[in-house]
Design a protein around this ligand. Structure first.
Ligand SMILES: NC(=O)c1ccc[n+]([C@@H]2O[C@H](COP(=O)([O-])OP(=O)(O)OC[C@H]3O[C@@H](n4cnc5c(N)ncnc54)[C@H](O)[C@@H]3O)[C@@H](O)[C@H]2O)c1
Length: 255
């Protein structure tokens, strides 16, 4: 199975590449090594995968429609779209950049997916779409019409565009709303990474608020298990073959 992973050199993307390669998949990784945090960290993240003959890294921007068209057209069956400008607070400082990468970039990939009849598209969304939801635990059915940051709004927009492409082109799409992910290679802007660094340096950890704040965190291995489960939901061998065949028949009939 050939899987294209965007954001492949990032925290979650690099773990997913490793898992899928270990599972015997052929993986195309896309990343532009942007400067949201030190690109050298990303080069380290992906260095192990580069030794695997079933892995190909394409250094490109997801907004580059020619590059994405070429990459997806190379027999890709599944796309896992993780590339994004991440982070809630920085999105308030650079909302246009977040909109460009997270919304336009997602559309470029969905266009390529539709053109090349990709069977399945998995979108890395975020728990931030729940906004100031006070009902816990959150549920997929909760109203997510009130995002409170540009980042959250771009993720909600991404989910909506995914629905449109599912409706128009019958691409099987799953949007995964990750809750802050932690574990090895965690993004340096996230709290647990910062806390661990301060502890290592023997420095105090600043606590905001009165210390009663609660938040859900998910360990990276669980995120990868969930993402692989989302891939397999349509791609258990038999259903995948049936699914691909039905899409081909429809395409042949010009539908
Ligand atoms: N880590 C979390 O806690 C968390 C929580 C919720 C949602 N998410 C989402 O999961 C996805 C992965 O998050 P992460 O923590 O691994 O982030 P990350 O920043 O480590 O990885 C994202 C990768 O995408 C690449 N990228 C950014 N813009 C690009 C572009 N225009 N073209 C090509 N590549 C580009 C970056 O270089 C980076 O390697 C993101 O979509 C993020 O919004 C993450």
């Amino acid at each position: 199975m050939k899987v294209l992973i965007t954001g492949a050199a990032g925290f979650i993307g690099s773990h997913l590449c490793e898992r899928l390669l270990a599972d015997g998949c052929t993986v195309i990784g896309i990343d532009n090594f942007d400067d949201f945090y030190d690109p050298q960290i990303k080069r380290r993240n992906i260095s192990g995968c580069l030794k695997n003959k079933n892995f190909q890294l394409i250094e490109a921007d997801i907004r580059d429609s020619t590059a994405m068209d070429e990459a997806v057209g190379d027999g890709v069956e599944i796309i896992v779209h993780l590339a994004a400008r991440a982070g809630v607070r920085p999105s308030i400082a650079q909302p246009l950049l977040y909109a460009d990468v997270n919304i336009n970039g997602t559309m470029v990939l969905l266009q390529a997916a539709a053109k090349h009849k990709v069977a399945k598209f998995i979108f890395g969304s975020s728990s931030s779409v729940y906004g100031n939801n006070e009902k816990v635990p959150f549920s997929e059915d909760d109203n997510v019409d009130f995002p409170i940051s540009p980042y959250a709004a771009t993720k909600k927009a991404g989910e909506l565009i995914c629905h449109t492409y599912h409706h128009l082109y019958e691409i099987a799409i799953t949007c995964l709303r990750f809750f802050t992910v932690y574990g090895p290679r965690q993004r340096p802007d996230l709290a647990i990474h910062k806390f661990a660094k301060l502890i290592e340096q023997g420095k105090p950890i600043p606590v905001y608020g009165d210390g009663t704040m609660m938040r859900d965190f998910t360990y990276i291995d669980d995120i990868i298990d969930g993402t692989v489960a989302a891939i397999n939901r349509v791609t258990s061998d038999e259903s995948r073959i049936q699914y691909l065949q039905s899409r081909r028949i429809k395409a042949d009939n010009g539908q």
